[in-house]
Design a protein. Structure first.
Length: 107
């Protein structure tokens, strides 16, 4: 990974901690993908399972930060971390995940 890749990875997973992958996939064009380097689609997901504690947190004056904190304590995986796992598994690229997953302060 280049310094630029390392910086992009660190920005993707911040403020969480995740080990940098040893290798990153790069798009390589062919006739099948119309020279884009990408074929098919893969989803990244942020799923909030409702629990009694979360249900108590939700009301008309819900503080989103408190809701996210409670969900995180209960194991919810943020969208950017889900994308980072797909990058580490070689299923997509850093650039694609950064393009569609907003930073935590913008979600």
């Amino acid at each position: 990974m280049t310094d630029s890749d390392n910086e992009l990875w660190d920005n993707l997973v911040a403020p969480w901690k995740a080990a940098r992958p040893t290798q990153l996939q790069r798009p390589v064009g062919c006739l099948e993908c119309r020279m884009t380097g990408y074929a098919g689609r893969i989803g990244i997901y942020e799923i909030l399972l409702m629990s009694p504690a979360l249900r108590k947190t939700i009301n008309a004056e819900t503080d989103i930060a408190a809701l996210r904190e409670q969900a995180s304590r209960e194991g919810m995986k943020p969208l950017r971390i889900s994308g980072a796992q797909k990058v580490a598994a070689g299923l997509t690229t850093l650039e694609e995940v950064v393009k569609i997953a907003p930073p935590p302060d913008q979600s």
